[in-house]
Design a protein around this ligand. Structure first.
Ligand SMILES: NC(=O)c1ccc[n+]([C@@H]2O[C@H](COP(=O)([O-])OP(=O)(O)OC[C@H]3O[C@@H](n4cnc5c(N)ncnc54)[C@H](O)[C@@H]3O)[C@@H](O)[C@H]2O)c1
Ligand SMILES: O=c1ccn([C@@H]2O[C@H](COP(=O)(O)OP(=O)(O)O[C@H]3O[C@H](CO)[C@@H](O)[C@H](O)[C@H]3O)[C@@H](O)[C@H]2O)c(=O)[nH]1
Length: 477
C-alpha cells in the first residue's frame, strides 16, 4: 500500500511520520509545494519544534517514510491520499473573517484529479466545514479525465495538540473516520482503519457518517475553547471578589461530570485552530439561519479578546496608568509551551496593546525565531470584526528581542509571562529583581510562578484570577 499526504505542516508531517513509524509495510510520502519545508523535513533541523518528533522521523525516514516536492508523481502512485493543507479563515470576499478559505483544499483536489490514473481513497485530514466532502467530490469527478477512476472520500479529522503531538498520535483518545454508508464507503473506512489498527485498539476507532465526522472536529475545538473562555470569564470575577480561579478550577474539576482538563485560566487561548474553527462554526450556523447558535459560539471568541485586552489594561493601570517608554520584558511568545508556533498567540495582541500605549518591549522566547516575532508584530493584523490600534504594523526598530531572559529583564519595569514554558519557573528571580527598575512588577498571565516567593523578594505580583496584591488594589479600586 502507498500513502501520500499533501501538506507537510504541523499536522501532515507528524501524523505521517507516526504512520510511517508504526507501519513499516506501508510506503508513506509527504509532499508539499514549499521546497524549504521539504528540505527541512529531510534534514536534522525539522521545520517544526515538537518534542519526540525527530526520533520518530529518524526511525522511519529513508526506510518507508519520504518527504518530497514531487506532488504529481506521489499523488498519482498512491492508494490513499491524505489532504492536510491549511484551511485558514478567509480574509476577503463573501464570509471574510469567518468562513474557511478552501483555496488550498480545492487546489489539492484539482491536482489529485488531474494526475490520477488509478482509484483512490481521499482522506480529509485538514479541518473543514461540514459538507466539504460533497464539494471536493464534485471537483474530483469533474476534473478527472479517466471515468474508470473512482474516488472514495473519507473524513478523518486530527485531534493532536501541538507540543504533545507525538504523545497524542501514539495514544489517541480516538480515531474518527467518517464515510459513506455504501459498499464502497464501508470498504474505504475498513482500509483506513486497518492502517491505524497497526497500533491503535479497534474500540478506539470510531466510524460515523461524513458530516458527523466533519462537524465533530469543529465541535470538539469549540467545546475546548469554550471551557477556557468560561474560566477566563470567571477569572475576572475572581479578581473582583477575592476568589482564586485556580481554587475554583480545582473545585469544579473534581466533579466527574466536568473533569479537570482545560480549566486553566490564561491570558487567552491561541493557536491556529480554536479561533479559526469557531469562526467557521459561527459562519456555518449563520448560513443555515441559526443566528442564536452562531451568537452563542461567537461569544467564546469575544471573551478571549476581552481577556487579552483586560490583561493589557491591568498592566497599564498597575503601572500608574502609564507605560510610555517603560521597558517591559515579555517572557514567552509562542501560543503555548513546547512549540515554536505563534499562530494566533495571545502574545501578539498583548504586545501590540502594550506598544500602542508606548511601552518598550523586550521579547524572550526559547523556541520562536526572531524573524517570526518581527513578522507577527510588524505586519498589519487582520482583525475580523474589531479594527483597533492593535492592528497597525510595528516597525522592526521598535521591537527588541533577547535570547536571554535575564537580559530581557535587565532595567525593565515589568515582566509579563505570556507562555507557560517550564523554564520560567526555575529562574533566579532574586537576581532578575536586583537588575530591574523599582517597583518591579510581574504580571503572570499563565499562573506558573511561585507568587509568594516573588512577593517575598519584593516584586509586585499580578496573578491572573487571584486575589489582588494590596499594592495593586490601591490603583484599581
Ligand atoms: N496545527 C494543528 O495542531 C492542527 C491540529 C489538527 C488539525 N489541524 C488542521 O490541519 C490542517 C493543516 O494544518 P497545519 O497546521 O498542518 O497547516 P500548515 O500551514 O502547517 O501546513 C499546510 C501545508 O500545506 C501545504 N500546501 C498547501 N497547498 C498545497 C498544495 N496544493 N500542494 C502541496 N502542498 C500544499 C503548505 O505549503 C503547508 O506546508 C488545517 O486544516 C488545520 O486546521 C491543525
Ligand atoms: O486550560 C487551558 C488549556 C489550554 N489553554 C490555551 O489554549 C490554547 C490551545 O491549546 P491546545 O489545545 O493545548 O493546543 P492546540 O495545538 O491548539 O490544540 C487544539 O487545536 C488542535 C487543532 O485543531 C486540535 O487538534 C487539538 O485537539 C486542540 O487541543 C493555547 O494557547 C493554550 O495555552 C488555556 O489557556 N487553558
Amino acid at each position: 500500500m502507498k500513502i501520500c499526504c499533501i501538506g507537510a505542516g504541523y499536522v501532515g508531517g507528524p501524523t505521517m511520520a507516526m504512520i510511517g513509524f508504526k507501519c513499516p509495510d506501508i510506503e508513506v510520502v509527504v509532499v508539499d509545494i514549499n521546497e524549504a519545508r521539504i528540505a527541512a523535513w529531510n534534514s536534522d533541523k525539522l521545520p517544526i519544534y515538537e518534542p519526540g518528533l525527530l526520533e520518530v522521523v529518524l526511525a522511519a525516514r529513508g526506510r518507508n517514510l519520504f518527504f518530497s516536492t514531487d506532488v504529481n508523481k506521489h499523488v498519482g502512485e498512491a492508494d490513499i491520499v491524505f489532504v492536510s493543507v491549511n484551511t485558514p479563515t478567509k480574509t476577503r470576499g463573501v464570509g471574510a473573517g469567518k468562513a474557511a478559505d478552501l483555496t488550498y483544499w480545492e487546489g489539492a483536489a484539482r491536482v489529485i484529479a488531474s494526475v490520477s490514473t488509478s482509484s483512490k481513497i481521499i482522506v480529509e485530514k485538514s479541518t473543514v466545514p461540514v459538507k466539504t466532502a460533497d464539494a471536493i467530490e464534485k471537483v474530483l469527478r469533474r476534473n478527472c479525465s479517466d471515468p474508470s477512476v473512482q474516488f472514495e472520500i473519507l473524513s478523518n479529522p486530527e485531534f493532536l495538540a501541538e507540543g504533545t503531538a507525538i504523545e497524542d498520535l501514539t495514544n489517541p483518545d480516538r480515531i474518527l473516520i467518517g464515510g459513506k454508508d455504501t459498499e464502497a464507503g464501508r470498504a474505504a473506512i475498513a482500509t483506513l482503519a486497518s492502517v491505524y489498527e497497526h497500533w491503535i485498539a479497534k474500540d478506539r476507532i470510531l466510524c460515523t457518517n461524513l458530516w458527523s465526522a466533519e462537524l465533530s472536529k469543529l465541535t470538539a475545538n469549540a467545546m475546548l475553547a469554550q471551557r477556557i473562555s468560561s474560566m477566563n470569564s470567571i477569572s475576572a470575577l475572581c479578581e473582583a471578589t477575592g476568589a482564586d480561579v485556580q481554587q475554583v478550577s480545582r473545585a469544579i474539576g473534581t466533579d466527574s461530570r466536568i473533569g479537570p482538563k482545560f480549566l486553566n485560566a490564561s491570558v487567552g487561548f491561541g493557536g491556529s485552530c480554536f479561533q479559526k474553527d469557531i469562526l467557521n462554526l459561527v459562519y456555518i450556523c449563520e448560513t443555515v439561519g441559526l443566528q442564536s447558535v452562531a451568537e452563542y459560539w461567537h461569544q467564546v471568541i469575544l471573551m478571549n479578546d476581552f481577556q487579552k485586552q483586560r490583561f493589557v489594561e491591568r498592566v497599564i493601570s498597575a503601572m500608574f496608568n502609564t507605560i510610555s517608554k517603560k521597558k517591559i520584558a515579555v517572557f514567552g511568545f509562542a501560543f503555548k509551551k513546547d512549540t515554536g508556533d505563534t499562530r494566533e498567540t495571545p502574545a501578539i495582541d498583548v504586545c501590540r496593546g502594550l506598544m500602542a500605549d508606548g511601552a518598550n518591549l523586550c521579547v524572550y522566547d526559547p523556541e520562536v525565531e526572531d524573524k517570526q516575532i518581527y513578522q507577527d508584530l510588524g505586519t498589519e493584523k487582520f482583525e475580523w470584526d474589531h479594527p483597533s490600534p492593535r492592528s497597525a504594523p510595528i516597525p522592526k526598530t521598535a521591537i527588541a528581542i533577547s535570547h536571554d531572559a535575564m537580559e530581557a529583564a535587565r532595567d525593565a519595569h515589568a515582566i509579563c509571562v505570556l507562555t507557560e514554558w517550564d523554564r520560567f519557573k526555575n529562574y533566579d528571580y532574586q537576581a532578575i529583581y536586583d537588575n530591574m527598575v523599582k517597583p518591579a512588577f510581574i504580571f503572570d498571565g499563565r499562573n506558573i510562578l511561585d507568587h509568594a516567593k516573588l512577593r517575598e523578594i519584593g516584586f509586585i505580583v499580578y496573578a491572573l484570577g487571584k486575589p489582588l496584591d494590596p499594592f495593586l488594589q490601591k490603583h484599581y479600586d
